[in-house]
Design a protein. Structure first.
Length: 110
Protein backbone atom coordinates (compact mmCIF):
# COMPACT_ATOMS: atom_id res chain seq x y z
CA UNK A 1 0.00 0.00 0.00
CA UNK A 2 1.50 3.33 -1.02
CA UNK A 3 1.64 6.40 1.20
CA UNK A 4 -0.74 8.35 -1.03
CA UNK A 5 -3.40 5.63 -0.81
CA UNK A 6 -3.60 6.14 2.95
CA UNK A 7 -4.24 9.85 2.49
CA UNK A 8 -7.29 9.31 0.29
CA UNK A 9 -8.93 6.40 2.06
CA UNK A 10 -12.51 6.91 3.14
CA UNK A 11 -13.76 5.28 6.30
CA UNK A 12 -16.90 3.22 6.24
CA UNK A 13 -18.11 -0.08 4.99
CA UNK A 14 -19.46 -1.35 1.72
CA UNK A 15 -22.72 -3.24 1.73
CA UNK A 16 -24.01 -5.16 -1.29
CA UNK A 17 -26.77 -7.58 -2.06
CA UNK A 18 -30.48 -7.87 -2.56
CA UNK A 19 -31.44 -5.87 0.54
CA UNK A 20 -29.48 -2.83 -0.67
CA UNK A 21 -31.05 -3.04 -4.13
CA UNK A 22 -34.46 -3.17 -2.47
CA UNK A 23 -33.66 -0.11 -0.35
CA UNK A 24 -32.51 1.79 -3.44
CA UNK A 25 -35.74 1.01 -5.28
CA UNK A 26 -37.86 1.98 -2.27
CA UNK A 27 -36.02 5.29 -1.90
CA UNK A 28 -36.44 6.14 -5.59
CA UNK A 29 -40.08 5.10 -5.61
CA UNK A 30 -40.72 7.30 -2.57
CA UNK A 31 -39.37 10.32 -4.47
CA UNK A 32 -41.40 9.35 -7.55
CA UNK A 33 -44.57 8.97 -5.47
CA UNK A 34 -44.11 12.45 -4.01
CA UNK A 35 -44.04 14.17 -7.38
CA UNK A 36 -46.09 11.92 -9.66
CA UNK A 37 -49.45 13.12 -8.36
CA UNK A 38 -48.52 16.64 -9.50
CA UNK A 39 -48.02 15.49 -13.11
CA UNK A 40 -50.24 16.77 -15.88
CA UNK A 41 -53.04 19.31 -16.23
CA UNK A 42 -55.04 17.83 -13.36
CA UNK A 43 -52.01 17.44 -11.10
CA UNK A 44 -52.47 18.08 -7.43
CA UNK A 45 -50.75 20.87 -5.53
CA UNK A 46 -48.33 20.00 -2.74
CA UNK A 47 -48.05 21.96 0.48
CA UNK A 48 -44.53 21.90 1.84
CA UNK A 49 -43.54 23.29 5.22
CA UNK A 50 -39.85 23.79 5.94
CA UNK A 51 -38.14 23.64 9.32
CA UNK A 52 -38.59 27.39 9.85
CA UNK A 53 -42.33 27.16 9.17
CA UNK A 54 -42.43 28.75 5.73
CA UNK A 55 -45.21 27.27 3.59
CA UNK A 56 -44.89 26.61 -0.14
CA UNK A 57 -47.83 25.44 -2.26
CA UNK A 58 -46.85 24.25 -5.73
CA UNK A 59 -47.39 21.56 -8.32
CA UNK A 60 -44.06 22.20 -10.05
CA UNK A 61 -41.84 19.14 -9.75
CA UNK A 62 -38.63 21.19 -9.75
CA UNK A 63 -39.84 23.32 -6.84
CA UNK A 64 -40.96 20.27 -4.88
CA UNK A 65 -37.64 18.51 -5.36
CA UNK A 66 -35.61 21.60 -4.44
CA UNK A 67 -37.40 21.81 -1.11
CA UNK A 68 -36.88 18.14 -0.23
CA UNK A 69 -33.90 17.22 1.92
CA UNK A 70 -32.93 13.91 0.36
CA UNK A 71 -30.27 11.87 2.16
CA UNK A 72 -30.39 8.49 0.40
CA UNK A 73 -27.72 8.24 -2.34
CA UNK A 74 -29.93 6.59 -4.98
CA UNK A 75 -32.79 9.02 -4.37
CA UNK A 76 -30.32 11.91 -4.44
CA UNK A 77 -29.21 10.82 -7.92
CA UNK A 78 -32.83 10.92 -9.06
CA UNK A 79 -33.26 14.44 -7.63
CA UNK A 80 -30.01 15.56 -9.28
CA UNK A 81 -31.20 14.14 -12.58
CA UNK A 82 -34.40 16.17 -12.32
CA UNK A 83 -32.43 19.31 -11.49
CA UNK A 84 -30.26 18.78 -14.57
CA UNK A 85 -33.42 18.38 -16.65
CA UNK A 86 -34.71 21.68 -15.25
CA UNK A 87 -31.41 23.48 -15.97
CA UNK A 88 -31.03 22.15 -19.51
CA UNK A 89 -34.62 22.15 -20.75
CA UNK A 90 -36.57 24.10 -18.16
CA UNK A 91 -39.42 21.60 -17.96
CA UNK A 92 -40.12 17.91 -17.52
CA UNK A 93 -38.70 17.33 -14.04
CA UNK A 94 -41.81 15.52 -12.84
CA UNK A 95 -41.79 13.32 -15.93
CA UNK A 96 -38.11 12.49 -15.45
CA UNK A 97 -38.63 11.41 -11.85
CA UNK A 98 -41.88 9.57 -12.57
CA UNK A 99 -40.43 7.56 -15.44
CA UNK A 100 -36.76 7.15 -14.57
CA UNK A 101 -37.20 5.28 -11.30
CA UNK A 102 -38.89 2.44 -13.20
CA UNK A 103 -35.64 0.95 -14.61
CA UNK A 104 -34.38 0.70 -11.03
CA UNK A 105 -37.41 -1.40 -10.19
CA UNK A 106 -36.88 -3.61 -13.25
CA UNK A 107 -33.25 -4.14 -12.15
CA UNK A 108 -34.50 -5.37 -8.80
CA UNK A 109 -36.08 -8.42 -10.39
CA UNK A 110 -33.28 -9.26 -12.84
Amino acid sequence: MSASAGLFSVGGSRITGQSIRTQNVLACSAIANIVKSSLGPVGLDKMLVDDVGDITVTNDGASILKLLEVQHPAAKILVDLAQLQDEEVGDGTTSVVSFDWFPCMIGLFV
